[in-house]
Design a protein around this ligand. Sequence first.
Ligand SMILES: NC(=O)c1ccc[n+]([C@@H]2O[C@H](COP(=O)([O-])OP(=O)(O)OC[C@H]3O[C@@H](n4cnc5c(N)ncnc54)[C@H](OP(=O)(O)O)[C@@H]3O)[C@@H](O)[C@H]2O)c1
Length: 248
Amino acid sequence: MTTKVAVVGATGRLGQLVSRIVRESDEFELVAELDSRTPLSDMLDADIAVDVTVPGVSQKVVDFAVSNGISVLVGTSGWSSERITSLQSRIADNLEIGVVIIPNFSVGSVLATTFAALAARFFDSIEIVETHHASKVDSPSGTAVRTAELMGAARVKHGPVVAPHTDQRARGQQVASIPIHSLRMQGVVARQDVHFGGTGELLTLSHETLAPTSYEAGILLGLRAARTARGVTVGLDKLIDLTSGLPR
Ligand SMILES: NC(=O)c1ccc[n+]([C@@H]2O[C@H](COP(=O)([O-])OP(=O)(O)OC[C@H]3O[C@@H](n4cnc5c(N)ncnc54)[C@H](OP(=O)(O)O)[C@@H]3O)[C@@H](O)[C@H]2O)c1
């Protein structure tokens, strides 16, 4: 039996890709494509709603879906840990649905974030520079926020990073004490560099998305996970066994 999918944000760059993947898959059936002019009730026939809209709208889409017993795959940026915690308590008692939030569908990016969390324990000086295409409306990127939060969590026993002069605007926006610098430029899809400064050495972990096709494998994994997920699942790393490289 196929799983019925509604794509919210279907006219967008990511939405068009998700719709194509769903159309081409034997496991899923595309039952609705919504944009800013479509009522959210158009998703009501779906088993899974995919939210790939804009940060200011995403929470409303997820609230509507879960209130109507529809599981959600979220690709939209802007899901801070506070927002996720509030969603977790909201759906904790609902054993019928799940929300899978994937800040970055690219496997390479997820590995870079995992490596960054490992390195974070060894360096007290850490800064993130994330670069995206000029039409990205939000900053810092969801991936940069998640990377900073995971590095902060990995540093619980080490404390905040050393980030001097952060009262100056040009020193970036701090997340989990780590300054994030956002560049919005033509000629780029998405790039993230995490810089680590140590005693007499620098380490830089870089990931670059060259084409949106890098999201395809992660989107398919996310769709499959959303069929059975319960509660809130965050990050592609939760869907892949990083030691074997196979889906969990
Ligand atoms: N997780 C990942 O790997 C990943 C990768 C790339 C991007 N992203 C994130 O995914 C999101 C979408 O990115 P994008 O590049 O596809 O953006 P985009 O091209 O600007 O598309 C935004 C989509 O949202 C729709 N929308 C806006 N307001 C809406 C509303 N009130 N109700 C329903 N739909 C609404 C737009 O519809 P209209 O055409 O009617 O305006 C459009 O279809 C962003 O937050 C981006 O940062 C995540």
